[in-house]
Ligand binder design. Structure first.
Ligand SMILES: [Zn+2]
Ligand SMILES: [Zn+2]
Length: 224
């Protein structure tokens, strides 16, 4: 049963979602852009097994740490010019979905989970080419393509995981073991009392393990 305050917030937020918005189109657009960037990058990679392949785990770790730091700080604390991130994440996403109401009610609710299309376009058209130019200049074309492919894959993982965390409990994706575990962690993060303290990795919990901020249950003596 969805709490009254969540229902009220969702109703009030509804006017911010365009009349013709479709969560399916939003998801398909995100998927197509990310897969397109990955295919272009992977097609250009030279397949000799040199140490350049170390780029993949390194960029993966950087992605995990970035996800953690951005979520832990600007997304949960108003920080100067980054305050809009706090507004969208803490004041909107965390009001729209709480640990008592994690699931989509309709495909329009995807609007409050996936990154907006302009961010995806910025990532594909500005961020990735700039990263490619810098790494191609400083290191090599292979490292540049490997980095861009891995970064795009990581961003896609983020979107797929976060989407899955808000799918209905009965959906097939909720039962995939790695997703099921991450859903439990993310549900705990959506408890308003603990959202700025625990579970900042949406995808793989490596940084939460390093900084000891992963939690599944309430601390002893607490109540929700
Ligand atoms: Zn969420
Ligand atoms: Zn959060």
């Amino acid at each position: 049963m969805i709490p009254q305050e969540v229902l009220q917030f969702r109703k009030a937020y509804e006017s911010n979602i365009g009349k013709y918005y479709s969560g399916w189109v939003h998801g398909a657009f995100t998927l197509c852009v990310f897969l397109g960037v990955m295919v272009i990058c992977i097609a250009k990679i030279e397949t000799d097994f040199s140490e350049e392949w170390l780029t993949v785990p390194i960029v993966f770790c950087i992605g995990n740490l970035t996800e953690y730091v951005v979520h832990r700080y600007p997304l949960h604390h108003p920080m100067g010019m980054l305050a809009p991130l706090f507004r969208i994440h803490t004041l909107q996403h965390h009001q729209y979905y709480t640990d008592q109401a994690m699931e989509f009610e309709s495909s329009r609710d995807v609007n409050m989970v996936l990154f907006p299309p302009f961010v995806i376009i910025f990532f594909a058209v500005i961020f990735i080419p700039v990263v490619w130019l810098v790494l191609n200049f400083l290191v090599s074309a292979n490292v540049a393509y490997l980095s861009c492919a891995t970064a795009t894959f990581y961003f896609l993982c983020y979107e797929v995981f976060h989407f899955s965390h808000h799918c209905p409990d009965a959906s097939w994706i909720a039962k995939v073991p790695i997703i099921a575990r991450a859903r439990r962690v993310h549900r705990f993060h959506h408890n308003k009392r603990f959202m700025s303290l625990y579970n900042f990795n949406i995808t793989f919990p490596f940084s939460d393990w390093v900084f000891k901020t992963e939690k599944f249950e309430l601390p002893r003596g607490s109540s929700s």
